[in-house]
Design a protein around this ligand. Structure first.
Ligand SMILES: O=C(O)C[C@H]1C=CC(=O)O1
Ligand SMILES: [Mn+2]
Length: 373
């Protein structure tokens, strides 16, 4: 008898950040991860993570809703099912539950981790094999203070930790944001690539003014300047400016990617396992983008080590990420719940090895940071 899914446990884990992380929609002092522990009838455990930003500030799923919806609706659809047919389980979840992409991503990650451990293969191998084993990783400067951001950037350049930086803007008046970005770019000069993420904060007219000034200041990439659903506006901005646009909230899954590309978008897509409901969904989006000649960027919802490792296994199967990645989530957190943290070096991170995700929980740390109720 092949193994069936026996139990699925979800835990809310709160980890403090190393400094306040200021985004256009919220300031984070703590990150909450939903950790999934899935066990099959042979005792093989799969780990997953569902993580978002700022409670409900970033999107419609919160850590608490992810946990509750897994416990009440999604886990019962999986319990008792054969554990090793991940495609069938993914289809079953999608047939019976709409939306909830982050919750589904956490579950699919746990299913793949368990499958890898069962077969003695890494998750990247389950997905066809890795084409990259070291991925570039940028750092987000978002302390809210220009000089502190500049100091942080030089430290990370000197440590050979990061050489690309993303600045979070959109919370302040446009002139203030542009002055902040321009000061950082002027300080770093040609030593670093500087990009911005507006997280949907501008309307199109504001974006035209803001992007003109940012292009002038030498910024390399403009992420999601206007609201997610304004596809036509994003295409107009991409056509108007030399500096490329990176679509983030605008592209959740392959369908969004197809629509935007078919409507004439040129630029890049941010991939996130959380947006696309898991590793297979995000690779479908990546393949649509590849077919359309659109560049790729490995994105994060600031996951900890489990979600970050899962993302790395997916990105590693791609021939390249034209814009690199931002898989720095674990570095923003004061502590970790795994025994062997990810290996960040030479401006990037190594793909973890070993079966499944290649991640082992530190049970003491996990117990320490798990929310009581
Ligand atoms: O890209 C986002 O919108 C979310 C995220 C990624 C890096 C960061 O600081 O926030
Ligand atoms: Mn973004």
């Amino acid at each position: 008898m092949s193994a069936v899914i026996a139990t699925i446990e979800t835990l809310l884990v709160d980890l403090p950040t190393i400094r306040p992380h200021k985004l256009s929609m919220t300031t984070m002092a703590c990150q909450t991860m939903v950790i999934v522990r899935l066990c099959d009838s042979d005792g093989v455990e799969g780990l997953g993570e569902g993580t978002t930003i700022g409670g409900l500030a970033y999107g419609p799923e919160s850590p608490e809703s992810i946990k509750r919806n897994i416990d009440t609706y999604l886990a019962p659809l999986l319990i008792g099912q054969p554990a090793s047919n991940v495609n069938a389980l993914r289809a079953r979840l999608n047939r019976h539950a709409r939306g909830n992409a982050i919750a589904k991503s956490a579950l699919e990650t746990a299913l793949l981790d368990a499958q890898g451990k069962r077969l003695g293969l890494s998750v990247a191998e389950l997905l066809g094999g890795a084409q990259q084993s070291h991925l570039p990783v940028l750092w987000t400067l978002a302390s809210g203070d220009t000089q502190r951001d500049i100091d942080e950037a030089f430290q990370r350049l000197d440590d050979r930790r990061h050489c690309d930086f993303k600045l979070k803007i959109g919370a302040n008046p446009i002139a203030q944001d542009v002055a902040h970005v321009a000061a950082i770019k002027a300080a770093l000069g040609e030593r670093a690539s500087v990009r911005v993420d507006v997280n949907q904060a501008w309307d199109e007219a504001t974006a035209v003014r803001g992007i003109a000034a940012l292009q002038e200041a030498g910024i390399d990439l403009i992420e999601q300047p206007i609201p997610a659903r304004e596809h036509a506006g994003l295409i107009r901005l991409a056509n108007r400016f030399r500096v490329p646009m990176l679509a983030d909230e605008a592209v959740q899954d392959a369908r969004d990617g197809f629509d935007l590309a078919a409507a004439g978008f040129s630029g890049a897509y941010a991939l996130k396992i959380a947006k696309s409901g898991g590793l297979q969904g995000v690779l479908e989006l990546a393949h649509v983008a590849q077919a359309a000649g659109i560049g790729l960027y490995g994105g994060t919802l600031l996951e900890g080590s489990i979600g970050t490792a899962a993302s790395l296994h997916a990105w590693a199967t791609l021939p390249e990420l034209a814009w690199g990645s931002e898989m720095f989530g674990p570095l923003l957190l004061k502590d970790d719940i795994v025994t062997q943290p990810l290996d960040y070096r030479e401006f990037g991170v190594a793909l973890p090895s070993g079966p499944g995700l290649g991640i082992t929980l530190d049970e003491d740390k996990l117990a320490h940071y798990t929310r009581a109720h």
